[in-house]
Ligand binder design. Structure first.
Ligand code: COA
Length: 393
């Protein structure tokens, strides 16, 4: 007999063990306390079979930024797992349903997550909202084309000592970046505890930290030739100067052959700054954050639209009239005929401005009921820049 219980009613250690089994790894001496702190910081629902936790879905409250510099409350879904002994019986579906209902009660109009596999979340109403580029740079060939005079300075710091300054720089960055999510305190503690990398901050001319990078350097010699590999775990900048200065630090690392990152935005300017653009190879473009609009009217009204206009959207049977103007936007239930018909997942994708509605019409994810409506939607939903989420949450 399966019970669905809130996280507070089960042993958190059992949730951790369930997570280990489902993902196929073991927390160690360093990561186990971090995992405990992580669980203590979330809410969630567990499926319990005769006293044993066999599935879990967690969530943390967060803010995610919509186009126009509009942070909105969201449920940051995480730690989704079902034991191999209980899979494909609808347990994840039940837990996701509970979690969505709870998010709505808490006033979170969106749910967001980073997916382990591409085939899981479409059926739960999620669509890809951001992308991350996996890139590899041939460091020796990756010179920047134009000279740069840094108005500030970059310096190495010990992660923990610089946390306050890095948090402040991240806040500046994320409220202006569509797709960025807020980072909670345990996230930062994990970043400091779990990694043994280098932290470099950039300070502007007034000494205020306006960006930072976290990287690890794996020493490697190719039969006597230095060929170390640098992996950039985090690069957050609130100003163009910080971005350029920190890339110059990374690309100036002696003894390093390749610099890699798995979190570059699709429209990052770096490739346009290189003297030889082939010094940067895009190895893959992965889906990043997925978004599910739980309260469609609130989600549509929470962002700004570059071009004003009116559209009637039918989302899974319910119609909403979206009126967007310079002062903001409003979406209300309506009985009018629909211009566009779409699922929640497709709306989650276009809401962040990273894919044009006409592309989703071509992919038959959006149905255009009134000719030209998707082109109007293209102009309205486009964001000021590509959405990007650089936080694994
Ligand atoms: C992904 C996972 C949570 C699904 O749990 P589950 O209880 O088997 O899911 P459900 O039974 O509710 O499945 C609902 C539907 O999704 C489908 N589905 C489930 N997992 C899927 C997957 N990995 N890929 C494609 N489809 C999947 C099921 O076939 C089912 O389809 P149906 O409604 O047409 O029958 C579980 O397989 C798991 O723990 N995987 C390993 C950990 C993981 O990847 N977690 C996700 C982290 S983001």
């Amino acid at each position: 007999m399966l019970e669905i219980l809130p996280l507070g009613a089960v042993d958190p250690e059992a949730v951790i063990r369930q997570d280990e089994r489902a993902f196929g790894f073991r927390y160690d001496r360093v990561s186990r306390p971090v995992a405990r702190a992580d669980v203590a910081d979330m809410r969630g629902w567990a499926a319990v079979d005769r006293g044993e936790v066999v599935a879990f879905v967690g969530a943390r409250p967060c803010e995610v930024t919509l186009p126009g510099g509009c942070p909105v409350a969201a449920a940051g879904v995480t730690w989704v797992s079902v034991a191999a002994t209980h899979r494909r019986r609808g347990i994840a579906s039940q837990l996701m349903g509970r979690m969505h209902a709870e998010a709505l009660e808490r006033g979170e109009p969106l749910a967001v997550l980073i997916a382990s596999e591409g085939g899981i979340y479409g059926r739960f109403g999620y669509g890809v909202a951001t992308w991350r580029r996996v890139v590899r740079l041939d460091r020796r060939a990756a010179g920047l084309a134009t000279p740069f005079e840094d108005p500030g300075r970059a310096r190495y710091v010990e992660g923990a000592a610089a946390l306050d300054a890095c948090r402040a720089a991240y806040e500046r960055y994320r409220v202006a970046q569509p797709g960025a999510v807020s980072r909670r305190e345990p996230w930062w503690q994990r970043a400091v505890a779990m990694k043994t990398p280098q932290w470099v901050v950039h300070e502007d001319g007034d000494g205020v930290v306006d960006g930072f990078t976290v990287y690890s350097n794996e020493l490697h010699w190719d039969y006597g030739h230095p060929a170390s590999r640098v992996s950039v775990d985090d690069l957050v900048t609130a100003t163009p100067e910080a971005r350029e200065a920190l890339w110059r630090v990374l690309l100036g690392l002696d003894l390093v052959g390749t610099v890699e990152t798995t979190w570059l935005s699709p429209d990052d300017p770096l490739e346009w700054q290189l003297a030889d653009r082939r010094a940067l190879r895009t190895v893959e473009v992965l889906d990043g954050m997925w978004a599910c609009p739980l309260d469609v009217a609130v989600a549509l009204g929470a962002r700004r639209y570059l071009a004003g206009g009116t559209l009637v959207l039918e989302v899974e049977g319910a119609r909403f009239r979206l009126d967007a103007g310079e002062g903001g936007a409003e979406a209300c239930p309506t009985g009018s005929e629909a211009d566009l018909v779409l699922g929640r997942g497709a709306l989650g994708s276009i809401l962040f401005g990273g894919v044009r509605p006409t592309v989703l019409v071509a992919a038959r994810r959006v149905v255009e009921r009134v000719a030209g409506a998707a082109t109007v939607a293209d102009r309205m939903f486009l964001g000021e820049r590509m959405p990007h989420c650089n936080t694994a949450f």
